[in-house]
Design a protein around this ligand. Sequence first.
Ligand SMILES: O=P(O)(O)OC[C@H]1O[C@@H](O)[C@H](O)[C@@H](O)[C@@H]1O
Length: 245
Amino acid sequence: MRGGIPICFPQFGNCGSLEQHGFARNKMWSIDNDPPPLHPSDSDGKVFVDLLLSPAEEDLKCWPHCFEFRLRVSLGMNGDLAMISRIRNIDAKPFNFSFAYHTYLSVSDISEVRIEGLETLDYLDNLCQRERFTEQGDAITFESEVDRIYLGSPNIIAVIDHEKKRTFVIKKEGLPDVVVWNPWEKKSKSMTDLGDEEYKQMLCVDGAAIERQITLKPGEEWTGRLELSVVPSSYCSDDLDHFRS
Ligand SMILES: O=P(O)(O)OC[C@H]1O[C@@H](O)[C@H](O)[C@@H](O)[C@@H]1O
């Protein structure tokens, strides 16, 4: 089954010696009953759960670094979803990692969707051995398979679904890159957990840190935040200012 927001950590994709997208997404996390405090605005008016991932012995064999990964998932009264990841190095030596919130969005029809906020950026094309290109379009639209890592993106991205007349607003912090992925027809047919036609109703837009790995020295902590809101598509670019503030 595909969907949700799998966490890609400590590796994105197959660039490294670990399993695709790292081990975090395949682990059982525990409930963190006593997490270090966050800002009150991360709790007020929200329901949330705090989760903890620590490396198991088998993880340390393939990635020999001791860490604590704390994840808060919260839902606001208005339906906004927020995810806060805090990764701490509790080892005696530094380590590097890549990260992505592999966010599956449900869309009416991929051909009717456009992404704003990535225009003019450079991207690495996973379909061309991660060759670097510059985005030329005014907005990103879809008519074939797309698998790209946009680099140095703004902290707010809009995914506009014309048919449903709704816009996903993705706000992020600590996550300079954005992955855009749709497998399209041929690849969908080769995927056992995606129906042949289901690529039409999905789009992955991930807040990520991939091009430049995050380095944590002993005792250091990194935070990566993602917020997902849905607004009516009467939305226009000026409305982004509301989210920027
Ligand atoms: O099948 P997986 O491991 O969940 O990965 C799905 C896709 O995830 C995307 O983020 C990658 O850019 C694609 O290359 C990959 O195919």
